[in-house]
Design a protein around this ligand. Structure first.
Ligand SMILES: Cc1cc2nc3c(=O)[nH]c(=O)nc-3n(C[C@H](O)[C@H](O)[C@H](O)COP(=O)(O)OP(=O)(O)OC[C@H]3O[C@@H](n4cnc5c(N)ncnc54)[C@H](O)[C@@H]3O)c2cc1C
Length: 384
């Protein structure tokens, strides 16, 4: 049986988020960018709406919803405020990793606060000399009695400037490559930990930056999962976040297309609405079609995850082409709005800047093509 329909509950949830995005997010989307503010009150509002806790079990304050429902949240919040979709993606990713691998002390302490939106928790893998080659990180965590001592630098980390804690990946056995990496939940106020924000092109309210660790002493109970198993935990989490990112981008791009369709119906040239010219209509049709293909590939991936099937390749197709098709669509929409589209009066220039960020974050086009190549050509031909 093939069934492409959403349940009544999922459709109701979509409607609630659609209204919220239209009424409360869209009017202020550019404000947080212009004023360089992380709107923490909106993270809490997402908590009230049940968005932050979708991938967190009920006993820890979440709803334990499925991945398809989480995808609906990514898509609809993406229509209103692309930067706020980091809450959907990060809380989905971190929530799942902690729920599946952390001990009950961490789960009780942290998950309810993530679900409510009180706490923002980032995920820190990338380093100045290791991004695509995530197994090449050099941060270390050395066991010392009941503690680990963390040293190293993380770079490019979302919510670095506003995170209350970070899921930090460090080498516990540097001789073993990516089989020597462990994950730790590290509160951002610990001695020896400091952060520095970047002046980014987009995603301004997300507060991306670097994290510096100098002899950060963390209790051994903050190890998440087994020692040296951190890499496989995060790779499995990426299979979810990459699908959510595809939908976040599609949401922002579809919103841009709908706004542009309204514009080309009203704006005239040579005595007729722009929409009557195929030179205007066909690019809109092309982008709309590409986005729909990505959207359904993303929901297919989420369905596969919900049903326990392998979906790494599908996730990578969505992460590779979702941000790309969305950037292409928003760029075209900007052009179809003429010189108005180029002003900061309209949200299009910001959407373009914001969505480009996720052509890189969570794995570039090439990183995702490596995953696809490994599966369809064979792992004996991979480059690493
Ligand atoms: C908006 C944003 C948010 C981010 N958030 C986070 C976060 O929260 N946590 C986190 O840990 N990191 C985060 N990052 C970092 C991101 O994951 C890395 O930037 C990304 O993985 C690429 O790594 P890099 O920048 O070191 O580039 P590099 O790995 O140096 O790659 C540079 C270029 O070379 C290409 N390349 C590299 N190797 C190959 C190869 N073998 N074959 C072909 N091409 C190759 C890449 O595709 C890329 O185009 C974020 C980045 C951005 C832009």
């Amino acid at each position: 049986m093939v069934d492409f329909s959403f349940t009544d509950e999922q459709q109701q949830f979509r409607k609630i988020l659609q209204d919220f995005a239209k009424e409360e997010l869209l009017p202020n989307y550019t404000k947080w960018d212009r004023e360089n503010i992380t709107p923490r009150h909106l993270w809490r509002k997402l908590g009230e709406l049940g968005v932050n806790g979708l991938r967190i079990p009920e006993e820890y304050g979440g709803s334990g919803a499925d991945c398809v429902t989480t995808g609906i949240a990514a898509e609809e919040i993406g229509r209103g405020d692309f930067n706020l979709t980091y809450a959907v993606m990060l809380n989905g990713l971190v929530g799942e990793i902690l729920a599946q691998h952390a001990n009950s002390y961490i789960k009780n302490e942290c998950l309810p606060q993530i679900a409510s939106g009180e706490k923002i928790v980032g995920i820190a893998i990338t380093e100045p000399s290791a991004g695509t080659d995530a197994g090449g990180i050099t941060s270390t965590a050395v066991r010392n009695g009941d503690y680990y001592i963390l040293n190293g630098e993380k770079s490019g980390i979302s919510v670095a400037t506003c995170g209350d804690a970070f899921l930090i990946f460090a080498k516990t056995d540097p001789s073993k490559g990516n089989r020597g990496i462990s994950a730790f939940l590290v509160p951002s106020n610990l001695d020896g930990l400091s952060t520095k924000g970047y002046e980014d092109m987009g995603n301004i309210p997300v507060g991306r930056g670097s994290i510096y660790m100098h002899d950060v002493k963390i209790p051994a109970s903050y190890l998440v999962g087994e020692e040296n198993k951190g890499f496989s935990q995060v790779m499995n989490g990426f299979d979810l976040s990459r699908l959510l990112i595809g939908l976040q981008c599609v949401g922002a791009a579809m919103q841009s297309i709908e706004e542009t369709i309204e514009h080309v119906k009203i704006r005239h040239s040579f005595g007729k609405p722009l929409a009557t010219y195929q030179g205007v209509a066909f690019p809109i049709v092309t982008h709309h079609t590409q986005l729909e293909l990505i959207k359904w590939q993303a929901y297919r991936g989420l369905w596969l995850r919900d049903h326990g099937f392998n979906h790494s390749r599908v996730s990578s197709t969505v992460k590779w082409l979702g941000p790309k098709y969305s950037v292409d669509a928003i760029h075209e929409c900007l052009l179809l709005n003429g010189h108005y589209g180029y002003t900061k009066e309209m949200p299009l220039e910001q959407r373009l800047r914001d969505v480009i960020g996720l052509e890189i974050g969570d794995g570039t086009a090439q990183a995702n093509q490596m995953v696809i190549a490994k599966e369809i050509i064979g792992k004996e031909y991979r480059c690493y």
